[in-house]
Design a protein around this ligand. Sequence first.
Ligand code: ATP
Length: 334
Amino acid sequence: MSRRVVLIPGDGIGPAVTAAARRVVDAAGVDIEWDLQLAGESAVKELGEPLPKSTLDHIRECGVALKGPLTTPLGRGYRSVNITLRQELDLFANVRPAKSFPGIKSRYEKIDIVVVRENTEGLYSGIEHFVTPQKDVVESIAVFTRRACDRIVRYAFEYAKTNDRKKITLVHKANILKFAGTMLFEAAARYAREYPEIEYEEKIIDATCMQLVIHPNQFDVIVTTNLFGDILSDLTAGLVGGLGVAPAANIGEGNAIFEAVHGTAPDLVGGESANPTALILAAAMMLSYLRWGDAAERIEKAIREVLGRRLVQTPDLGGKATTQEFTHAVIAAL
Ligand code: ATP
């Protein structure tokens, strides 16, 4: 049966990597009807706003979107469209796997870590203002609700169970953020009791960063707050080959958006050298979500096979292949 999926090409290298992912998904033989929608800088140019209502409506109708990276202006300008999408659609869980690939040079082997990041609040609540008339004091407010703490921890335990993972590490800063930390601990204590088969531990964010660099194989599933998850998932991406190979899923109750961890990489635009692996892997996560697990597995296998051949790697991984050449190779391997 055909399934409609929203496709947002995005900005910078977005159109190149989404086109690659679309071709690979189509070649995998699943019946997807792509619904092309705009967001980000390209939407500002065409429709005068970064997140047109029609784009949001189409995602709500389809329930699923594959999205390229979107430009987020630094400082002034419009609010991050990524964050607005996550909050509008209540995509509360951001799942970011980092898995070693054959053929990619990195410091460690056999890394297999999944960061589950709370996706709707914390320091990303969007509450920031000047406190004094002279504008020399700013308050940037982190919001933590019991509901969000509870559901992200529950999601992590359920994810661990359904994906046959053995351990959950709750990463926090409860020595400084005492109230928020306590709320997370209380949620985790409840689910650790409900899922006794999954080992549970708590680690402070600073110690976690050090241990991820020194001894990463001790980690399995990490569940953490929005900001810590943002930072840790770039770190875990770095452990397996960098941003070019790091996919992400934003999951809510009835909607999900799949994307790459990386941004628009403006330095690569026009160069034909973007690595589409992250977005292709995100598309594979999307297929699993849509219960096309077999196609998802075949795509992952093809990516592993092609990455294993160093000649077909893109420049970020030390190779010379273009986005197109890499994509051709993945489709041929499929
Ligand atoms: P943005 O402002 O949209 O976050 P950015 O350049 O600051 O963009 P990223 O796009 O996340 O941040 O990437 C940082 C750097 O990593 C890029 O400049 C690029 O060199 C490299 N990079 C990111 N994604 C890829 C990719 N898919 N293929 C190759 N290199 C990449």
